[in-house]
Design a binder for this molecule. Sequence first.
Ligand SMILES: *Cc1c(COP(=O)(O)O)cnc(C)c1O
Length: 377
Amino acid sequence: MQIPFNKPFLTGNETKYIEQAVKSGKISGNGTFTKKCHEFFEKRYGFKKCLLTPSCTTALEMAAILLDIKIGDEVIMPSYTFVSTANAFVLRGAKIVFVDSRLDHPGIDEEKIEELITSKTKAIVPVHYGGVACDMDKIMALANKYNLFVVEDAAQAIDSYYTGKDGIMRPLGNIGHLAAFSFHETKNVHCGEGGMLVINDDRFLNRAEVIWEKGTNRAAFFRGEVDKYNWVDIGSSFLPSEITAAFLLAQLENLDDIQRKRKSIWSGYWDGLKDWAGAASVQLPFIPGNGSNNGHLFYLVCKDVEQRTAIIAKLKKNGIQSVFHYLSLHKSPFYIDKHKNRELPESDRYSDCLFRLPFFYELTIKNIDSVIQIIKF
Ligand SMILES: *Cc1c(COP(=O)(O)O)cnc(C)c1O
């Protein structure tokens, strides 16, 4: 038996739409398929404006440009995250102020943010790890109190929700001033490499379009709002081609089916492992009452690194690939000297003890059962 960690799902329409894009004669960015993807998200989740990008990494880079991040500005984020969350802001000269993770799940510890805010703080970047919502009421209240911006790293958070104290359930990516999604092949919905910037705050609408199109007002030109297009700001090439958008649209049209399947895989792991985990002192995923489960990943947090190494090795011996991830960024070779000696024990614990089980659309009940049996016995 061989069970890979990931197998990118194909809905069957990707090549058909790519062929249409190729034959249409309009293959560069911001054509019909790109607009259909934007409309899908704007309609389904009420995002004010969406811009497809080549990756979530570049969407975060656009966010850092939009917020006018300058040398010496401070940006607050969890240490337990993917490197791009930090890199996007470091590229603009920011100093990253890392926060520890929560005891009950790997997301940012919302209670430890306020003490780190200074006069230089410009933004907070919560990461919805595993698609599980950070406590956005608390984070938005801090942003209002100290006049900060919030960029949601929603790379893993498609089709996930947060219910605020006001009782309103909002999609993740619709709460911060800006949000970034990923369509990398390891995410629920993908196009190989791809991403999207969401603009929820009116103040960023016009400039986002300019930055997206290399610092020009080309989009306004095509709408007939200006009679020639010009270099008006900094920017870069942040548009994916129509080939990428065509692939993505085929996936989006199957989102409900993909989500149903992924949530059932998640429940299969949960039901099969919950009793064992208690007995083995292994921490299971936690979904807070104000969050939702989008079936992005299934992780286990072992009691120590030895237990994790042993379980991963046992799975590997049986042809099953499981992976651990995120080494605390505050201890990375690039940042360790820049991080003031604040200990972040929970972030380190997830770095040492968390690992992820195989998780993809085509995983069968039999596969899930094999993984569970090998972990247990
Ligand atoms: C996947 C991921 C990214 C990067 O996404 P890309 O599309 O590969 O650039 C950023 N942040 C988090 C939390 C991710 O999981």
